[in-house]
Design a protein around this ligand. Structure first.
Ligand SMILES: [Zn+2]
Length: 80
């Protein structure tokens, strides 16, 4: 590896520990639920999940788990 790339790799390692630098704008995730896989989407502060609970409550264990994983890297949704 050349020196230029070694420098970038060191910078990448530092960046990767500084989560607050990263803001997810949108993402789509497949999550293995206890019963079925679920598709979770996030787009500029808005969550979506294909499970029945989300349809009625606008939040579910799947989206909340992702909120925990991505803490500090997404807009925080207010408690309903
Ligand atoms: Zn869900």
């Amino acid at each position: 590896m050349d020196y230029g790339m070694i420098g970038k790799l060191e910078k990448a390692r530092r960046y990767s520990t500084e989560r607050e630098r990263f803001k997810f704008n949108s993402l789509t995730v497949t999550m293995d639920g206890d019963n079925n896989p679920h598709i979770i989407r996030y787009d500029n502060g808005n969550w979506n999940c294909d499970c029945d609970f989300f349809l009625t409550r606008g939040r579910c264990s799947h989206t909340m788990a992702l909120e925990m994983i991505l803490e500090g890297m997404i807009e925080v949704q207010q408690e309903a």
